[in-house]
Ligand binder design. Structure first.
Ligand code: ZN
Length: 302
């Protein structure tokens, strides 16, 4: 089965925070133990990127890829290029600060293999406004330009961390449906980082994608989460009609705690079992595990 995850901060933990590989939620051994076919690694520029050395941070993160390539886990450019029985990784960006120097930076990051980019992290930048803080402002003019350029070069627009008006603006002012790489359902846990039913309905109707985040505080109001809680969020999207657009967006190594039984990439099979116990047919399970993400990227090329 092709298993994919659309978000982790592992390269930041390794390349910038200099954490030891074996202390992480994701490392080569855990990816293999979890039968993960394609892990997405974010180049995270976050709040420090906004004020500081974006290029230096990204350099450290890119350099940290060697922990995986040396272990025989190669970088791929597209989910279609990742074989299901091996382990690969794909790059994303988290924080549009990397695009602030000029529109040509979008194509540059695409040339590095970046296939999706979250426009914002938790701070405002020259593209738009974060969900955090509740701003009602939409994307800036430059933000709209960046989104259109991303769509032109084949980079998926990631709305996780983006505020609602920015989310609507992508649908209103640009041509391609975005994804949300690591967000959960507001109806089950009303957190500003989660998607409202209205947002989910639009993603389902337009065939976008949502990777369900494993962070306990996005999954449950009291911050207590188990494998079942993650399965509930996935099930919720399915019940809305989204069984072809939902999957995993772990946020591993960007979160300080994890659901019981899902402490790292090696525990992904336990999550599959939890979904199986809910009675999902194998075809739907295969979609959730990774085929839905492949479908999203296939539609992007049309
Ligand atoms: Zn994030």
């Amino acid at each position: 089965m092709f298993i994919a995850d659309t978000h982790s901060d592992t390269l930041h933990a390794l390349g910038v925070e200099k954490k030891p590989l074996d202390s992480l939620m994701i490392n080569p051994d855990k990816l293999r133990a979890g039968h993960v076919s394609m892990q997405t690694f974010a180049l995270w520029t976050g709040s420090r990127g906004n004020r500081g050395d974006v290029d230096g941070i990204v350099r450290g993160e890119l350099e940290a890829r060697h922990f995986f390539t040396d272990a025989g886990i190669p970088q791929v450019d597209d989910p279609e290029d990742a074989p299901e029985d091996k382990c690969s990784f794909m790059l994303s960006v988290e924080g549009g600060e990397v695009f602030e120097k000029g529109i040509e930076t979008v194509e540059y990051y695409r040339s590095l293999g970046v296939r999706m980019a979250a426009l914002l992290w938790n701070n405002e930048n020259s593209i738009g406004f974060p969900a955090k803080g509740g701003s009602k402002e939409g994307l800036t003019d430059y933000g709209v330009q960046v989104v259109r350029e991303m769509q032109r070069v084949g980079m998926a627009v990631d709305t996780s961390h983006l505020n609602e008006q920015g989310f609507w603006d992508i649908f209103l002012k640009t041509n391609r449906v975005p994804l949300a790489s690591h967000s959960c359902c507001s109806a089950l846990c009303p957190h500003f980082r989660n998607l409202t039913d209205e947002q989910l309905r639009l993603l389902i109707r337009e065939k976008g994608y949502v990777g369900i985040n494993f962070y306990p505080y996005f999954l449950s109001k009291d911050g207590h989460a188990t494998l079942e809680t993650v399965a509930e969020h996935i099930d919720y999207v399915c019940q809305m009609g989204g069984e072809e657009i939902v999957g995993f967006g772990s946020d591993f190594d960007g979160i300080e705690c994890a659901p019981e039984g899902l402490e790292g990439a090696d525990k992904v099979p336990a999550l599959m079992d939890a979904l199986r116990r809910r009675g999902f047919p194998e075809k739907v399970l295969a979609g959730i595990a990774g085929e839905n993400l492949r479908g999203y990227f296939r539609r992007m090329k049309q």
